[in-house]
Every structure is written in structure tokens, then in C-alpha cells.
Design a protein around this ligand. Structure first.
Ligand code: ADP
Ligand code: SF4
Ligand code: MG
Length: 327
């Protein structure tokens, strides 16, 4: 794998304004609050964390579906933090998204041909060429040319997701935000869709950001994994390192919930039970955001926010006490 940075985020922030009641002060929901991250060309960067921790918002901000509240964002070295829609034109097709819920992501009144034609027409492709391209795309995602005339409701969830994938790939992107693309699918077909995404990645030279709240699957498809908690990345490591040597108590807690087949490995593993609820991103705790739920929290943790630091080569963690967990 080449080590070229495709997307770079520095201290990236995305806040959503929330109006106060009866003309009260506007507050901010800090969905992404200071994420620093380089995504390398050709890799699959897995993004894990509980529902509501900011995975979708981070992915959508990285592809500039959302405006950036703060920090810096660049694509292949070009600063796109504040790029206007006209300036984003050259990047639009390069960055695509596959949504979690394929049904709500597809226009129910359009047939597959119309759904897939739209992005192609936008890049100026003529009708004849479009038809050929749509046949090619349907074939790529394991569907038949006849499916072109059918409507979303005529398909199963898995097939709908295949259409969503075909649409994302129609304009030859370089980077695809896969936003929990299998979470809404039947367990029996999840592996098929993941395998297909992997095949397409190799064939088309794609870079993925793959968000998931289920840790067991991302291990096998990700080059590296980032663990998110309340709008922050708390740990980033190569996939195997993260599973074999989780250094952040939150990662340890997430992994504790996954059964291990090997009894020796299971015995060695620290078990941490997650206490309490995810706090509101409207009211984030001072200091370490995980402190209210962390069994190791100290006085320092409650007041001083831990920075993401490289504790071992390529293994980053945001915890004051991570050294203690490294032995
Ligand atoms: N468009 C939006 N407007 C306001 N709040 C939002 C919006 N999108 C997400 N949020 C809030 O931001 C936080 C992070 O959400 P999200 O990025 O969807 O997390 P995840 O994908 O990890 O489940 C949540 O508290 C969510 O309610
Ligand atoms: S910094 Fe403190 S509270 Fe936060 S995860 Fe580490 S030990 Fe727990
Ligand atoms: Mg999400």
C-alpha cells in the first residue's frame, strides 16, 4: 500500500446549533469536536463507537456534505475546509457516500435506471453512454440488466444496498464513506455485501472510511481502526493491534462485549463493563470525556483533557493512564 495521505483532518469540528426554548440562547451540539486524522490512499479506515458518538457526522464532514465548524480539512493536499460549492465541484465525484439505510436513501418514485442516471447526467454523460454504464454498474454489484426498470420497493434490503453502492460508484470516486452499510441488513447477507465492497475496492482502487458500531466485523476489513467517543477519537491503531492490545479503557470495554473463541486469549483479556449512559454532546464533561464512565478515572482525568498521543509506533491513544494498560 502506498503511504500517500488522501484526506487529512486537523482538529476538525462540526457543531450543530440548537435553538434555546422561547428565544433562549442558542447552544451547540458538538457532534465532532477536534478530530485529527490522516486517511491513507488505498486503506480501509474503520470507525467504531456507540451510536451517537459522531461517526456519521465525521464522515459527512470529511466529504464536505457538511460545512466545517472549525479546524482544517484537506483532500490530496488541497485545503477544502471552507471551499465553496463551486470550488467543491472538482471534488464532489471523488468523494461519495453509501448510507446505512438503503431504502430511505433511494427515491421511491424512480426506477433503478433513473436513480443511477442522475449522477451520470450531472457529470454530462449522454443517454446512450449512460445506459451502457448502468448495465456495467449493475453487473458489478451482482444485479441483472432487467433490474433497471424496477422500483426500490421491488427489491430486498440487500439488493437495495447494492443499488446504493452502484450509485455511489457510478461517478468513479476515489474515496467512499461507507456509513454502516450493512447494519440494517439481514445477518445472512451482511458478509456478501462486505465481500463485494472489498472486491470493488481492489478493482477500483478505492479508499474507504468504514463506520460500524459492531466491532467484530470491521477488524477483518480495516487496515486501521479509530475508536470514537463523544465526538473525539480516543484510540487509533492498526486493526490487529487494536484488538490484541487495546490501550484505552473505552476500547477495552467495547471489546469486552465481544465473545472470544480461544479460551486462553479470553482469560488474558481485561474485562470492563461500561457503566452509565453516553453523556449528551450538548453538555460534554470537562477533562476526559470518558471519565464519568471510566473505572480508572483520577482527579486529573476530571479536569484535564487527554490529547491523542503515539504511545507505541502507529498506536495512538487519548488517556492519561494508558501506560498502565500497556504492559
Ligand atoms: N443534522 C443534525 N442536526 C443536529 N444534530 C445532529 C445532526 N446529525 C447528528 N446530530 C447529533 O450529533 C451526534 C452525533 O450523531 P451521529 O454523527 O449521527 O453519530 P453516529 O453516526 O456515531 O451514530 C448525535 O448526538 C446526533 O443526535
Ligand atoms: S484519561 Fe482517565 S478517565 Fe479518561 S480514559 Fe484515561 S483513565 Fe479513564
Ligand atoms: Mg451514524
Amino acid at each position: 500500500m502506498s503511504q500517500q495521505v488522501l484526506i487529512s483532518a486537523q482538529d476538525l469540528k462540526k457543531y450543530f446549533p440548537v435553538k434555546g426554548f422561547l428565544g433562549g440562547k442558542t447552544k451547540y451540539l458538538k457532534a465532532v469536536d477536534g478530530v485529527t486524522l490522516d486517511i491513507m490512499k488505498g486503506e480501509t479506515f474503520g470507525l467504531v463507537g456507540e451510536s451517537g458518538c459522531g461517526k456519521s457526522t465525521l464522515g459527512r464532514t470529511l466529504i464536505r456534505m457538511y460545512d466545517v465548524t472549525g479546524g482544517k480539512l484537506s483532500y490530496q493536499g488541497k485545503d477544502i475546509t471552507n471551499a465553496k460549492p463551486s470550488e467543491m465541484k472538482e471534488f464532489r465525484n471523488k468523494m461519495q457516500i453509501i448510507f446505512q439505510d438503503p431504502y430511505s436513501a433511494l427515491n421511491p418514485f424512480w426506477n433503478v435506471e433513473e436513480i443511477l442516471s442522475e449522477p451520470l447526467a450531472q457529470i454530462g454523460m449522454g443517454a446512450g453512454e449512460r445506459k451502457e454504464r448502468i448495465e456495467y454498474l449493475l453487473n458489478k454489484v451482482g444485479m441483472k440488466p432487467d433490474d433497471m426498470l424496477k422500483f426500490p420497493y421491488e427489491f430486498s434490503g440487500g439488493q437495495r444496498q447494492r443499488i446504493g453502492i452502484a450509485r455511489a460508484l457510478s461517478v468513479n470516486p476515489e474515496f467512499v464513506m461507507c456509513d454502516e452499510p450493512i447494519a440494517a441488513l439481514d445477518v445472512s447477507i451482511q458478509a456478501q455485501v462486505v465481500n463485494m465492497l472489498e472486491d470493488l475496492q481492489h478493482e477500483m482502487g478505492l479508499t474507504y472510511l468504514f463506520a460500524a458500531h459492531d466491532l467484530s466485523m470491521v477488524r477483518y476489513i480495516s487496515t486501521r481502526i479509530g475508536v470514537m467517543y463523544l465526538g473525539n477519537l480516543v484510540e487509533v491503531a492498526k486493526s490487529d493491534n487494536l484488538y490484541d492490545r487495546p490501550l484505552h479503557p473505552y476500547t477495552q470495554a467495547l471489546l469486552s462485549a465481544i465473545p472470544i473463541a480461544d479460551p486462553r486469549a479470553a482469560k488474558k483479556r481485561k474485562r470492563i463493563k461500561l457503566q452509565g449512559e453516553l453523556p449528551s454532546p450538548m453538555d460534554v464533561p470537562q477533562g476526559c470525556r470518558f471519565a464519568p464512565r471510566c473505572p480508572y478515572a483520577t482527579e486529573q482525568c476530571k479536569t484535564q483533557r487527554p490529547e491523542l498521543r503515539e504511545l507505541e509506533s502507529g498506536h495512538f491513544v487519548a488517556c492519561h493512564c494508558a501506560e498502565k494498560f500497556a504492559d
